[in-house]
Design a binder for this molecule. Structure first.
Ligand code: GCU
Length: 588
């Protein structure tokens, strides 16, 4: 809790940094700014300078002229990536300027401008003045504009999705770099003193006790009475806020546990003298016991799949509630009770949909492969992304695992950074499991050994292995033995092979991209899994074929990673049926 407070202060003192978004925006009084936004394409980022585009400067007199204006410009739809909206932006990775105007009548409420996500950098201007910036494409951020809003307002956002070595992800990554204002934009009104944030979940390991906290924001935040009620369960609990406006919660509760079989959620209502907010929250416990994962104290096998936040058939970023339903329904259709959201926090619609559908989730920050862990400021950037992810989704019962990274190379800077992130995640949320996906395992012929030392700080170990694709089998899968230095659950967080849907042929030649080859890899993988006593879950790479410009094999890939069990149009490949049967035999 103290850490959370310091973050806020840190962000505040770095000036013009965006704030972590208030929790549960959907439960507040909002005005949507979604829709058509005017735009200017600026490949040279030329407008990003003094008196630049953000100022919306106009000629002062007849001698003067200004070489930018939005007045006659066309529009892009927000939310949504810009690459799929204009052919000339298909592979575009630089600056696009967005403008949206809105009228506002002050009414004594506080006013916040909240972005669901902007990929990758956002510089935000209001009425010609810069109000702040945000780095990171997959988490929400906000600015308080109570004192800045006028009767007629103009928001300008410089959106830049240029890759960089110091970025998260870094310059190279195996997915499509969709840029833009990719998620909802809202104006949020609150009372002067309001319920800014809260954490209401079962206490770690206690399915009969709720624990958490409520944080008020406002001059009168200290010494306030906060009431948390769960009407359906006859619960009403009151607590007072301390000097920092924080009330700690702990109370007995008899609640039906949330699970994939019964995704039960309760209306939880929080009130103070001046504010009230509510949302649907599920309650469940998640723990490990040696190499076993326990959901509500019962052993669970995580029947998973990896999903990118993309609607392949539309060649676009997924961003709506129906997109979330579409993606999760396809996972459930394959028999999944678990999804790894790769490799970044997906939209809030996705995690709330998982809550209602009963799908367990692994959520991850995009610390993918070649992160510059030793570059100045990197730890703070990583920590901010982790904080923003946990801040947004900590009340989601579906989320059982926070993941810190994917396939990063062991070494002092990386190890140190991940250990710090693990400690931070645990301090922010002691109720969930902490993981990372590793690919540095030791192969000696048919023995595979897990020894990544960062695992000591984790609850669950994820391993990405591509036997049969990037690494040829040295024997049938059933001959492989896995060992580990850690008595912890292993999730095979990635495995698989490529195939072009509808393309058939030999099962023994990888470079034919046949369904039969992919199917055979899955058969061997599943045979291997039978011999891994500490295996607690599996996540095939990947549910749908997805776009990745680095995939340039012109017959079969053409800019697509073809490791999907489904094509981008949802066509089932032979391997899909192998996984479906495997998960069905696993039973509930
Ligand atoms: C990696 C990585 C994925 C990537 C996949 C692949 O393991 O984590 O992001 O897409 O392998 O190469 O297909």
């Amino acid at each position: 809790m103290r850490l959370l407070l310091t973050t806020f202060l840190l962000a505040a003192c770095f000036g013009l940094q965006a704030q972590t978004a208030i929790t549960n925006v959907q439960g507040r009084k909002t005005t949507s700014l979604n829709g058509n936004w005017q735009y200017l394409i600026d490949p040279e980022d030329f407008g990003n300078r003094n008196n630049g585009v953000g100022t919306e400067r106009v000629p002062g007199d007849k001698h003067e002229f200004v070489e930018f204006s939005f007045d006659a410009s066309a529009t892009l739809h927000v939310p949504g990536d810009f690459n799929s909206q204009l052919p000339e932006l298909t592979y575009y990775e630089s600056t696009v300027w967005y403008r949206k105007q809105f009228d506002y009548t002050p009414n004594g409420q506080r006013l916040f401008l909240v972005f669901g996500a902007v990929n990758y950098r956002a510089d935000v201007y209001l009425n010609g003045k810069k109000i702040g910036s945000h780095e990171g494409g997959f988490t929400p951020f906000q600015f308080e504009i109570t004192a800045l809003a006028q009767a007629h307002n103009s928001i300008v956002v410089r959106v830049n999705n240029q890759r960089s070595k110091e970025g998260i992800p870094a310059a190279g990554f195996d997915w499509y770099n969709y840029g833009g204002i990719t998620r909802d934009v809202n104006l949020v009104e609150t009372p002067a003193s309001f319920i800014e944030d809260y954490f209401v979940q079962f206490k770690k390991g206690a399915a009969n006790k709720v624990a958490g906290w409520v944080k008020l924001n406002g001059t009168a935040a200290a010494g306030q009475q906060v009431t948390v009620s769960v009407p359906e369960a006859g619960i009403s609990y009151a607590a007072s806020t301390n000097d920092s406006g924080i009330a700690l919660l702990e109370f007995p509760a008899t609640l039906k546990p949330w699970s994939p079989d019964n995704p039960k959620r309760y209306t939880v209502r929080l009130t103070t003298g001046t504010d009230a907010i509510q949302e649907q929250i599920g309650f469940r416990t998640i723990e490990t016991d040696g190499a076993v994962v326990l959901l509500n104290r019962r052993k669970v096998f995580l029947k998973g799949v990896n999903i990118h936040e993309e609607i392949g058939a539309g060649k676009r970023r997924a961003y709506t509630q129906s997109d979330a339903l579409y993606l999760l329904q396809h996972a459930k259709a394959m028999g999944c009770n678990f999804v790894r959201l790769t490799h970044y926090p997906h939209s809030e619609y996705m995690v709330r949909m998982a809550d209602s559908l009963g799908v367990l989730l692994w959520e991850e920050i995009p610390a993918w492969q070649s992160i510059a862990f030793d570059s100045p400021g990197m730890q703070l950037k990583l920590s901010n992304m982790l904080r923003e992810m946990i801040a947004r989704d900590k009340n989601r019962s579906s989320i059982i695992i926070w993941s810190l990274s994917n396939e990063t190379t062991p070494g002092p800077a990386r190890d140190g950074a991940l250990v710090q992130l693990a400690l931070l995640a645990r301090s922010l949320d002691s109720t969930r499991l902490i993981a990372s996906a590793f690919n540095h395992v030791r192969f000696s012929h048919t023995t595979v050994h897990i020894s990544d030392t960062v695992s000591k700080y984790l609850d669950v170990i994820g391993v990405n292995e591509y036997l049969g694709w990037y690494k040829p089998w040295e024997a049938p899968g059933a001959a492989y033995k896995w060992t580990s230095d850690f008595n912890k659950p292993l999730i095979m967080s990635e495995f698989g092979a490529e195939a072009l849907a509808g393309h058939h042929g030999s099962a023994d030649t990888a470079n034919n991209w046949t369904e039969e080859y992919q199917e055979e890899v899955y058969k061997q993988q599943l045979a291997m899994f039978k011999n891994i006593p500490f295996l607690a879950g599996t996540c095939p790479w990947v549910l749908f074929d997805f776009r990745s410009p680095r995939r340039m094999q012109s017959q079969y890939q053409r800019g697509w990673n073809r490791k999907g069990l489904l094509s981008e149009k949802g066509e089932k490949k032979k391997a899909w049926y192998i996984v479906k049967r495997y998960y069905d035999t696993m039973g509930k």
